[in-house]
Design a protein around this ligand. Structure first.
Ligand code: ATP
Ligand code: MG
Ligand code: MG
Length: 387
């Protein structure tokens, strides 16, 4: 259907699911990442590049093989991306290198959002990390506050929740050699997320607002739609759309938010790529976040409502499958999910390691109560599942 080739920087699970969506449309994909990475495992192309999305030469090799370049991770070498169109003026890069640059440093991202009138938690850069400078922050922000790496953060690795002054030496040791900023604690009642897709001509389409539940700063569950009043859904959707419109780019974006005790919404962070909170879209929406991204960056049709839930009464829960202490122990959860109506299992072809995201499970039903009942069975909390 489309003879263009999409190059993907990064071949993890997000790349793998992008490849799956592209395959269904006969869109060729070429992956840059380590040999046998999850995305390469499901595509038999001989064109893949073994290397790193942070290595300029590897990125140039990838660019030489494709018409459109995209990313599944924002921690890529932006200066190299900026040089590519002078080598090949026909190459398209989505999201734009400027957008990746604004987002990959989380502190610059926050400054950008503030400049564009969006609310975020109060934060400041830490030029000289020391017990003295951070205890001043503790006096000003109160405890807990969060010490955060500006770059290369994921799954909370890069964050340290400072509960009291006595945590400071450990916080500094844990995040040593990283550029840091500090953030005020956001007293949230729920965490929300919205996937937004933006077309090349600037139209935005939003997926439903969802609710994410984290454990140890790693996404554990995602409820779609979020169990919040309609007025908050609407506010979150508009805020996410405005945030995405502030970046010069197109494709899929994930917008993470805090819904505070006082009813206020703050943006936590934005991902310029498919996002864990959008995995439910594969089974619960008309078009998945992965297909939406492929369509957007190739300028393929994006019809009205293509980001809606499949039906008006579709409900879904996504459960992340993390590696357990016992290698492959998590597969028991997956086996229970296979035996559960309305449930789909996605494994990423990654080696099982404790707390590593190795897969996810989508549970879909016309009622959230039923999704929850099925989830409890999958989690091993209820012995029997009557269909
Ligand atoms: P991701 O995997 O989403 O990219 P990350 O490593 O970039 O994660 P954050 O999104 O900054 O990390 O934080 C991870 C989680 O830690 C948040 O989803 C939230 O649960 C908690 N958290 C982060 N910052 C704050 C804050 N200022 N106040 C309260 N909780 C926070
Ligand atoms: Mg992040
Ligand atoms: Mg996050």
């Amino acid at each position: 259907m489309d003879k263009r080739t999409v190059g993907i920087l990064g071949g993890g699970q997000l790349g793998r699911m992008l490849v799956e969506a592209a395959n269904r449309l006969n869109v060729n994909t070429v992956i840059l990442d380590a040999p046998n990475s999850p995305a390469k495992q499901i595509s038999n192309s001989t064109e893949h590049i073994d290397g790193s999305f942070t290595n300029p030469e590897d990125i140039k090799k990838l660019a030489a093989k494709c018409d459109v370049l995209t990313i599944e991770i924002e921690h890529v070498d932006v200066p190299t991306l900026k040089t590519l169109t002078s080598i090949n003026p026909n190459l398209k890069i989505y999201p734009s290198p400027e957008t990746i640059e604004l987002i990959q440093d989380k502190y610059i991202q926050k400054e950008h959002l503030i400049k564009n009138g969006l609310k975020v938690a109060t934060s400041k850069a830490i030029e000289v990390p020391s017990v003295e400078s951070l205890s001043q922050v503790g006096n000003e922000y109160g405890y807990p506050f969060v010490l955060k790496s500006r770059k290369f953060a994921y799954d909370g690795r890069g964050n340290y929740i400072v509960k009291s002054e006595s945590d400071l030496p450990d916080a500094l040791a844990t995040l040593k050699d990283r550029t840091l900023y500090v953030e005020k604690w956001a007293p949230f009642t729920k965490e929300l997320a919205v996937m937004i897709v933006r077309s090349i001509d600037g139209r935005v389409f939003s997926y439903p607002v969802v609710e994410t539940i984290h454990q140890n700063s790693i996404c554990h569950l995602c409820y779609a739609p979020a169990r919040i009043p309609d007025s908050v859904q609407l506010k979150a959707k508009l805020m996410a759309e405005n945030a995405v419109k502030s970046f010069p780019s197109c494709g899929i974006f994930g917008v993470e938010m805090f819904y505070l005790e006082n009813g206020e919404l703050l943006i936590n962070e934005i991902a310029p790529r498919p996002h864990n909170s959008g995995h439910y879209t594969i089974d619960a929406c008309i078009t998945s976040q992965f297909e939406a991204h492929i369509r957007a960056i190739l300028d393929l049709p994006l019809p009205t409502n293509f980001t809606s839930l499949s039906t008006t009464n579709t409900n879904a829960i996504m459960l992340n499958v993390l590696g357990e202490a016992e290698k492959d122990g998590e597969l028991k959860t997956c086996e229970r999910a296979l035996a559960t109506p309305g449930s789909s299992v996605y494994l990423y072809g990654k080696e099982s390691k404790p707390n590593r995201k190795v897969g996810h499970i989508n549970v879909v039903s016309s009622s959230m109560v039923e999704c929850e009942r099925r989830l409890q069975y999958i989690l091993g909390n209820s012995a029997e599942l009557k269909n």
